[in-house]
Design a protein around this ligand. Structure first.
Ligand code: Q9C
Ligand code: ZN
Length: 342
């Protein structure tokens, strides 16, 4: 299958992540993409293509204008304020305050548009996020055009990005943007299956009241895992979206036997819903040696995941999300793709 990749994803090279009370080198680093690319080449998965550019309109179909403008200007505004480090929020419209007035000062705007504090905004972040969504759009366009599977080597990831919030290393929701684009191009119902260790809170929020996108996610139980405030099993959708959101929160330590039972249930739901396209939010941080996650999938389990996805028989686009065991990220991600093609 084709891989879509751009060097422009490397324009985000943040130096700081707030982790356990310290500023550390970010887990979500440009080397992740380079190593997956190496593995794609090694395995002979298929050709590697540059994305086309789609501009901002497919982003604005999913994200608020004010949010997109904020992401575009944040780094310059932060620098203009004279701040020394990377942009890190420190105040939010928390429960006891007002959330309906967007502040003017960059420090206030940053908190308004953030859902977490680990993700610093630095030079090149907007450009990398633009490249990442273009990769997702190019990959899904390839699948839509000929029914062939495609792999979007997206970075930064997307699934934590909500309609007007960044966080969890995500800025633009690549899978949501791709799904919306597919609907605009004639797809009737799109399934987004999110196998990243963390709940895809942003994707869920964007489509929660809709029945044209089925969102299913397997993830660490939010009682103990990031993003903590969404991803419970009783979140099943709202209004006409009722029944089109499926969460499978699983306890830390979950291995493939339990995980794959949840997977099979999610695949059955996707089958029942009569979807004409499958988007896979392909995080590989469910891996047993991931440094910030708690599941126990092995590298071979990722191959079996790919096989089971192929069993759906749907046109499928894979979009990279998380995965922080950098040494094994290429093996694990490409195992899903080779398992799918086997
Ligand atoms: N001590 C994705 O996988 N919390 N995002 C990190 C580290 C944030 C993960 C805590 C995890 C975000 C796309
Ligand atoms: Zn993750």
């Amino acid at each position: 299958m084709l891989t879509f990749h751009s060097d422009a994803t490397g324009r985000r090279r943040a130096r700081t992540e707030l982790d356990e009370g310290r500023l550390v080198a970010p887990y979500e680093c440009p080397e992740r993409v380079e190593l997956v690319l190496d593995r794609v080449r090694q395995t002979g998965l298929g050709d590697i293509r540059e994305p086309e550019t789609f501009g901002l309109s497919p982003v604005l179909a999913v994200h608020d204008r004010g949010y997109v403008d904020f992401i575009a200007a944040c780094w310059d505004d932060w620098r203009a304020a004279g701040h020394a480090g990377e942009a890190i929020p420190s105040i939010w419209p928390a429960r006891t305050m007002r959330g309906d007035v967007v502040p003017e000062h960059i420090d206030g705007r940053l908190g308004y548009y953030a859902l977490a504090a680990e993700t610093s905004i630095c030079e090149g972040t907007f450009e990398a996020a633009m490249a990442s969504k273009d990769i997702a759009l190019s990959a899904v366009s390839h699948t839509l055009a000929g029914g062939e599977p495609a792999f979007g080597l997206c970075r930064p990831p997307g699934h934590h990005a909500a309609s007007d919030q960044f966080g969890g290393y995500c800025f633009f929701n690549n899978a949501a943007i791709a799904a919306q684009h597919a609907l605009a191009r004639g797809a009737r119902r799109v399934a987004i299956l999110d196998v990243d260790f963390h709940h895809g809170n942003g994707t869920q929020q964007i489509f929660y009241a809709r029945d044209d996108v089925l969102f299913a996610s397997l993830h660490g139980d939010p009682r103990t895992c990031f993003p903590y405030f969404l991803g419970h099993a009783d979140e099943t959708g709202r209004g006409r979206g009722e029944g089109f959101n499926r969460n499978y929160p699983l306890p830390p330590g979950t291995a493939f036997d339990t995980w794959s039972r949840a997977l099979d249930d999610a695949l059955a739901r996707i089958r029942e819903a009569g979807c004409d396209l499958l988007l896979v939010s392909l995080g590989v941080d469910a891996f047993e040696h991931d440094p910030i996650s708690a599941f126990k999938l092995t590298s071979d389990d990722f191959t079996e995941l790919g096989r089971r996805l192929a069993g759906l028989g749907l046109p499928t686009t894979f979009l990279l999300e998380g995965g922080y065991a950098v040494e094994e990220i290429g093996l694990n991600a490409v195992n899903v793709l080779t398992g799918f093609e086997a």
